[in-house]
Design a protein around this ligand. Structure first.
Ligand SMILES: *Cc1c(COP(=O)(O)O)cnc(C)c1O
Length: 466
């Protein structure tokens, strides 16, 4: 592991924070006697050894799931906030961190051009989506929610929890919602909200939000954008291709947006965000609390959030990160995002040019964001799936950590004519195949691509033969 700057950063900041409370009479914390310190040290070392049983998420050779190391500043600010452990439910529990949350959330809303909005952090993208669909249900009771087959799996479950009917819409051969199938569903006249995913979890596909918004004028429904993973890509339109660029450009017209700072925003887990374009939806949250909201007449975040206690430290870490790395096009944060995207395009280019014949890229073209998927070339889908599993393992023994994903076979067949090895008959289109998947979301992935490629090709050769 590289040398960790956090302990050094924390030392002076800790002293500064202690100075803020220096006027209080001293006391000895009951749980921190000198003898306990030695015991704590021992347990902490044992803890460190337990934590060794993990994939090395922080390393550029970890290129599997959506795991991006938090910025050192975010870790330091989070740890610093732990000296206070604020609760952003109410100003009673977290005065400063509530203010910081509002500022940080305003910084996120600005990405989408929103200055008047309602929004707050949540403990996850799932909770944020739940709030958005809950509001949709309040506004159109009894109407259905629809999302694509590639929308996050939790939308169906959230809808069940909210007792809203949910329907899945088919996708095209790269995982974008099918506009024909969506319109057919809308014609039934009972759709209350459409979940539009900008950056699907499996492949980073971008639903055509601009086109969905055009249908909204005709059919009247709420548009909820799930950009838990993809939202920050709005900062780098120059690095995107059409039609994804158009979809991101239209985000300001959505009714609600979910974006996860703990996905691409360099934050520790426990940091999602939901935004509503119309602040008036705040009325649905209205409630009294017999315990809190006494210390200030100003807005308490618990008054506009379904959750009660929430980590104030999450807001503190996010606020600090956005101070250092403002969420602006062309800024350092945006450039980091663009480097991961460049790595994904380069990996995809190599997959397509691979002359070994072992690899098959998505027929529809290059990745839309920074997730790359590919299938292995085999006689049968079953063999391709088995090889994918084995290549995944063979990469891991070379310290390269990828992910696996089950995708429709048809996505690998050229649309016109099924000449290629695995698409000889129309029947080959049906069914799914296990594919390899790599989320190249760290800026370092760009510089490490040669080393990633070396290991991948060696693993393929080992499993599939020379
Ligand atoms: C990750 C993700 C979610 C769920 O967010 P969590 O923070 O994991 O709860 C929802 N939608 C999309 C598109 C995601 O990528």
């Amino acid at each position: 592991m590289p040398k960790d700057p956090v302990p050094g950063l924390l030392r002076r900041a800790s002293e500064a924070l202690e100075a803020e409370f220096a006027a209080l009479p001293d006391f000895a914390p009951a749980m921190e006697s000198a003898a306990d310190t030695a015991a704590m040290g021992q347990v902490l070392e044992a803890t460190a050894r337990r934590l060794g049983d993990n994939y090395p998420y922080f390393h550029p050779l970890y290129a599997g799931q959506m795991l991006k190391p938090p910025h050192p500043l975010a870790r330091a600010a989070y740890a610093l906030a732990m000296k206070i452990n604020p609760n952003n439910h109410a100003r009673d529990g977290g005065r400063a961190s509530s203010e910081m949350e509002m500022e940080a959330v305003a910084g996120i809303a600005e990405i989408f051009g929103w200055t008047e909005f309602l929004g707050h952090l949540t403990s996850s993208g799932t909770l944020a989506n739940l709030e958005a669909l809950w509001v949709a249900g309040q506004l159109a009771p009894g109407r259905r929610i629809v999302g694509s087959e590639q929308a996050h799996y939790t939308h169906r479950r959230i809808s069940a929890v909210l007792k809203l009917e949910y329907a899945e819409i088919g996708t095209d051969n790269r995982g974008r919602i099918s506009m024909e199938a969506l319109e057919a569903e809308l014609r039934k006249g009972d759709v209350g909200a459409v979940v539009v995913t900008l950056g699907t979890t499996a492949t980073g596909a971008v639903d055509p939000l601009d086109e969905v918004l055009r249908l909204k004028q005709r059919y009247g429904f709420r548009v909820h954008v799930d950009a838990a993973y993809g939202g920050y890509f709005r900062l780098i339109p120059e690095a995107l291709e059409e039609p994804a660029r158009r979809a991101f450009a239209a985000m300001g017209e959505a009714d609600s947006i979910v974006i996860d700072p703990h996905k691409h925003g360099l934050q520790p887990y426990g940091c999602g965000c939901v935004l509503f374009r119309d602040p008036a939806v705040g009325r649905f949250y209205k409630h009294d609390s017999p315990y809190t909201y006494f210390t200030s007449k100003q807005l308490h975040l618990g008054e506009i959030s379904l959750e009660c206690s929430r980590a104030g430290a999450s807001a503190v870490a996010l606020w600090a990160t956005q101070q250092l790395l403002p969420l602006v096009p062309g800024g350092e944060f945006a450039r980091g995002l663009a480097r991961g995207r460049a790595a994904a395009l380069e990996l995809d280019r190599r997959l397509r040019q691979d002359i070994s014949g072992r690899i098959q890229a998505l027929a529809a073209g290059a990745p839309e964001l920074d997730i790359v998927v590919w299938k292995l070339n085999a006689e049968t889908p079953r063999q391709a799936s088995e090889w994918a599993q084995r290549v995944f393992m063979a990469c891991a023994t070379r310290d390269l950590h990828l992910a696996l994903v089950e995708l429709p076979l048809g996505w690998f067949c050229p649309a016109a004519g099924f000449q290629s090895g695995n698409c000889e008959s129309r029947g080959a289109e049906a069914g799914t195949v296990t594919c390899l998947r790599s989320v190249l979301m760290k800026p370092e992935h760009e510089a490490w691509l040669d080393r990633i490629w070396e290991r991948l090709t060696a693993a393929c050769a080992e499993v599939m033969g020379e």
